[in-house]
Each structure stands twice: as structure tokens, then as C-alpha cells.
Design a protein around this ligand. Structure first.
Ligand SMILES: NC(=O)c1ccc[n+]([C@@H]2O[C@H](COP(=O)([O-])OP(=O)(O)OC[C@H]3O[C@@H](n4cnc5c(N)ncnc54)[C@H](OP(=O)(O)O)[C@@H]3O)[C@@H](O)[C@H]2O)c1
Length: 220
């Protein structure tokens, strides 16, 4: 698959490029082509000869891709998305974007009027584009460390079955994340709000690179 990472020069974008760059064609997007190329070179150094990673501007990255991952901070989601609308055709868009604020004491979920970042993206993107919400509780630092075996679950929600299958497949390729179907895109506020919750728990209890996993308490 060709995967565009919009704002892929940042923390989570680098993590996805490292994890998917051996099997897929990764196109790191940026507002600055040189910055994107530098990021691609860094990821290729990690992956070696098996890596398939390039850098370009966000618009070209989206236009060339089958899957687009929105790797920008929430405050820039609307402007970045509307500014790049011409580049979309019928891609699958994955939103790991979390709208949250920090009041000096703790993190809070702070969604837009649409209900969530993913629903905001859905409202802005062409109808031909399918939107999936995923990866909000996956730690970028852990993703970037290719030797790290992740123990977390990846919660994924969306309205299109085929798009969900692709997102589940991509999550399952990250060793050894467990993809979990969390329902329709309308459930995205619940997924996104797990991140400020997780960060608060991690902070208070001094847990580094925290993640969330659902366990079964059924005795076998
Ligand atoms: N970090 C995590 O552990 C993590 C985990 C789960 C989900 N997320 C979510 O993933 C998204 C990205 O997080 P991140 O930590 O990777 O963010 P980041 O490193 O702070 O920023 C990502 C990229 O966004 C672009 N950007 C910054 N300001 C912009 C602007 N004004 N207009 C357009 N693009 C701009 C930059 O790319 P260019 O300068 O190259 O254009 C930057 O490299 C966020 O929505 C976050 O909630 C993060």
C-alpha cells in the first residue's frame, strides 16, 4: 500500500514510517519538502536497505496514496485538511488526532462541535473518502523504537467495513499490537478521550510510554 503521512515529520508520523516502511511505500508529507526528505532519510537509516520511504509536500503525498494518516496536532487539523482538499480522491483517511488541553494540572478532552477530531475531519473531507479513527493511545516513542514489542491494544472505529479491515491489518503489522474494533465513527469521541485519561494516569503513577490493553477476566 502507498501510505501518506500528513505532517509525517513529527513524532507519531516518524513512528508509523518506522513500523510500516518495510512492507509499504511510505510517503512522508510536510509543509516543507526538505524537512520531509530529511525525515525520510532518518527513517531509512533505521530501516536500512529494506525501507521504502520518501519525503515530499503534503499535497503530493496525499495525491499519490491509498491510505492517508493525519499526523498533525489537533489545532491545525481543520486548516491542513481544507487546504489539501484538492489532493483527495477516494483514499482511506486514518485520524489518530486527539483534541485535548492541559490546564496546568491535568489533561482534558476538548472536542470540537462535530463531536471529535475524526468527525470534524469527516465533515471537511469529500464523501468519496472513507474515514477511520485509530491509534490515539499508541505511544509515538514506542513506535519509533523498532525493537520495542508493544503490548497495547489499538482501538479502531469507522463506518466502512473494508476501510476498517485495512486499518486493522495495518495495526496488526505493528508488533505486537492487538487491533480491536470499537464500533462506528460515532464512537470516536470515546476513543480520542482515552488519551488525556491515559496521560493523566501515566503522569500520576509515573508510567513511561504508557498504553492501554483490554484484558479478559474469564478463568479458563
Ligand atoms: N505523539 C504521540 O505519542 C501521539 C500518540 C497518538 C496520537 N497522536 C496524535 O497525532 C497527531 C500528531 O502528533 P505528534 O506528536 O506527531 O505532533 P507533532 O510532532 O507536534 O507535529 C506533527 C507535525 O505537524 C506539522 N505541523 C505543525 N504545525 C503545523 C501547522 N501550523 N500547519 C500544518 N502542519 C503543522 C509539522 O510538520 P511539518 O512542519 O513538516 O509540516 C509537525 O512535524 C496529534 O493530533 C496527536 O494528538 C500523537
Amino acid at each position: 500500500m502507498k501510505i501518506a503521512l500528513v505532517g509525517g515529520t513529527g513524532d507519531i508520523g516518524t513512528g508509523f514510517a518506522v513500523r510500516w516502511g518495510q512492507k509499504h511505500e511510505i510517503i512522508i508529507g510536510s509543509r516543507n519538502v526538505d524537512k520531509a526528505k530529511e525525515s525520510a532519510a532518518v527513517v531509512l537509516q533505521i530501516l536500512g536497505a529494506v525501507g521504502n520511504v520518501q519525503g515530499t509536500d503534503n499535497a503530493s503525498a496525499i495525491a499519490a496514496a491509498d491510505v492517508v494518516v493525519l499526523c498533525v496536532p489537533y489545532e491545525h487539523l481543520a486548516s491542513v485538511t481544507t487546504g489539501l482538499l484538492d489532493s483527495y480522491k477516494s483514499q482511506l483517511v486514518i485520524s489518530p488526532v486527539v483534541p485535548m488541553t492541559y490546564n496546568g494540572k491535568f489533561f482534558q478532552y476538548h472536542p470540537p462541535a462535530e463531536g471529535s477530531a475524526a468527525l470534524l475531519a469527516r465533515s471537511l473531507l469529500p464523501k468519496s473518502v472513507r474515514v477511520v479513527s485509530a491509534f490515539h493511545t499508541i505511544c509515538a516513542a514506542a513506535l519509533q523504537n523498532i525493537g520495542r514489542i508493544l503490548k497495547a491494544d489499538a482501538f479502531i472505529c469507522g463506518d466502512d467495513a473494508q476501510a476498517m479491515d485495512i486499518a486493522v491489518e495495518l495495526a496488526g503489522e505493528i508488533k505486537s499490537l492487538r487491533p480491536l474494533n470499537a464500533g462506528p465513527l460515532a464512537a470516536s469521541p470515546m476513543l480520542e478521550s482515552l488519551t488525556p485519561f491515559l496521560l493523566n494516569v501515566a503522569r500520576k503513577n509515573k508510567i513511561k510510554d504508557a498504553g492501554i490493553a483490554v484484558v479478559s477476566e474469564r478463568n479458563v
